[in-house]
Design a protein around this ligand. Sequence first.
Ligand code: ZN
Length: 135
Amino acid sequence: MSIVKETISVRSSKRCDMIDITRQVQDVVSASGIDNGDCLVFCKHTTGAITINENADPDVVHDVLMTLEELIPKDRRGYRHMEGNSDSHVKCSLVGCSEQVIIEGGMLELGTWQGIYFCEFDGPRNRQVVVQVRG
Ligand code: ZN
């Protein structure tokens, strides 16, 4: 089995956003030369996350972010964390810091409507996402 690890850079331009990184992840898979195995996409930040969701209709991203905002408001009585970004930390934990995708024939085995997203919850910032390919 071989393992290839790469870091990809993501620049967010809003406080909360979902940035499609499918192309960048596929590029790492293609460059690895691994045809069959799996790919781990991992975010090392505490206010950023990784998810897989629809990348055909951009309204889905809007609706996911709007719903997270309603469920986890930025200003809420009772938050203690002095940095003032407790909502970002909560959103990060709910969405999760990684996704794993099967690789078949050198391609990410995603559904027709699926894309891999980096989720920004405390931007704008420069972010790093680690991609590890095994096979
Ligand atoms: Zn914080």
